[in-house]
Design a protein around this ligand. Structure first.
Ligand code: DOR
Length: 457
């Protein structure tokens, strides 16, 4: 079936909107015009876009979907359904699964699993280990090499400068770093051992820990002119560093959480606010926003990192604790070191950012640049991220008039919670289209749709 979306506000690559029609044929955008009449009505499904805005599908460039090995938290099918609901039509997934994605064989296994169960498009990182496996140079297709400089991840942790230097020296493909200084974190964890205040997490893994690692990654990238991407940048200091000194082969991203939540979140949602790198101060948030608007930060990723409520210490008691509960032996107040860091995000990211646009903090065109076209450009994903004739029909129709709160019962992520529960958002996906097929509409995922493996040029 061809799809004809009638009379939506279509976001064009120059940031302007056209009130018009768009025809999708064989997975591609076939025509965009003020008015298109179907040649063959029997073969064309018509979608009424009146009152809706049509955007390129979101490409989320940092997610942890837990398959293989940790499917009790999430799997490629449930996560991709959550993507479809959130208007995310492509994702780039991280290698900290079980087994780790450090070989061509492990990458092939993920690609096979994704082909059989993902309702949106998929790409995968390959993980670097201290051993520096040859597959790091040759693995295909991959969006890049993931390096955990800190905050632990078993064999993926690389906190020695000599080993990092070797990785930066070999090959040319993109290196994406989780930049936190492990030695500093380990030392501060000892200093603050025993604290059960969830907010201690942001104090242990402080701004300096993030800055130290970002400085080191930048130094090595400059030494070898190596393509570097800084994942989930969280501090004012890192943003200022890049503002002063950002080679043209370096990119950076920020998460909606770091833009929209700060350390106050611990008193509201406790351990659910714990992620790596941690939430920061209102000042950091402001500087990150400005860096994003100025192009110092290139795009947005969710770092979707689901953990169960039981792991977060909140399986039974999901209420904000009272002062007396705090002083009792409440399981929410496990030592943060024993609680896994991370929060889900693919279902809410587009609506969160579009709500900011409607509040005047940025424009809808900027949101789309940060969540689609800039990501496609940075990772060399051809024919995606903009609405152009001949490009892939990965699209999302959003409603910018109605507001709906984030409700736990409506979530599709297997972990079943969101740090944004109760937030009243607009810009929810009305219809999501992947490869010319409707994958989400009328509040339902079409689980028959399959995405494709992304290509990286
Ligand atoms: O908070 C986080 N959790 N940050 C990461 O970078 C990893 C992630 C996870 O996999 O749980």
């Amino acid at each position: 079936m061809n799809l004809l979306i009638k009379q939506s506000q279509i976001l064009l690559p120059d940031g302007s909107f056209l009130l018009g029609d768009i025809l999708l044929q064989q997975g591609k955008i076939a025509a965009i015009s003020e008015q298109i009449d179907p040649v063959d009505t029997s073969n064309t499904e018509i979608i009424n876009g009146v009152g809706l805005v049509l955007l390129p599908g979101v490409i989320d460039p940092q997610v942890h979907f837990r398959e293989p090995g940790l499917e009790y938290k999430e799997d490629l099918h449930t996560a991709s359904c959550a993507c479809a609901k959130g208007g995310v039509t492509s994702f780039l997934e991280m290698p900290n699964t079980r087994p780790l994605t450090t070989t061509q064989a492990a990458l092939d296994d993920k690609l096979r699993r994704a082909a059989s169960k993902c309702v949106v498009n998929y790409g995968f990182f390959i993980g670097a280990t201290g051993e520096v496996l040859p597959d790091l140079l040759t693995a295909n297709p991959t969006c890049g090499i993931k390096v955990f400089m800190g905050s632990m991840h078993g064999a993926l942790l690389i906190d020695q400068e000599e080993i990092l230097d070797r990785i930066f020296a070999q090959g040319r493909r993109l290196i994406a770093v989780h930049a936190e200084d492990q030695a500093r974190i380990a030392q501060r964890r000892q200093e603050f051992a025993g604290s059960t205040d969830p907010a201690i997490h942001s104090i242990i893994q402080d701004n300096q820990a993030a800055l130290n690692a970002t400085q080191l990654a930048l130094k090595l990238s400059k030494k070898y002119q190596r393509r570097l991407h800084i994942l989930h940048m969280s501090t004012a200091e890192e943003a200022e560093l890049l503002r002063q000194d950002k080679p043209q082969w370096v990119t950076a991203e920020v998460t909606p959480q770091h833009l929209l939540m700060n350390i106050d979140a611990y008193s509201k949602i406790g351990s659910l606010a714990q992620m790596n790198p941690p939430l920061r101060s209102p000042h950091d948030q402001e500087v990150l926003w400005q860096a994003l608007r100025d192009g110092v930060i290139d795009f947005i990723a969710t770092d979707h990192a689901p953990h169960t409520l039981a792991e977060k210490g909140q399986a039974e008691n999901t209420q904000v604790p009272t002062a007396s509960e705090k002083s009792s032996a409440n399981t929410i107040f496990l030592e943060p070191a024993t609680i896994p860091s991370g929060m889900p995000g693919v279902e809410t990211s587009l609506a969160l950012m579009l709500t900011q646009a409607m509040a005047g903090r940025c424009t809808v065109a900027q949101v789309s640049r940060w969540m689609s076209s800039n990501v496609a450009k940075a990772y060399g994903i051809p024919n995606k991220g903009e609405i152009r004739v001949g490009w892939d029909a990965d699209l999302v129709l959003v409603d910018l008039k109605e507001y709906q709160p984030v409700i736990r019962q409506n979530l599709l992520t297997k972990c079943g919670w969101s740090p944004f529960e109760g937030w009243n958002l607009t810009g929810w996906a009305n219809t999501t289209i992947v490869g010319g097929n409707v994958v989400y509409a009328n509040g339902k995922v079409n689980e028959e749709v399959r995405g494709s493996a992304l290509k990286f040029t």
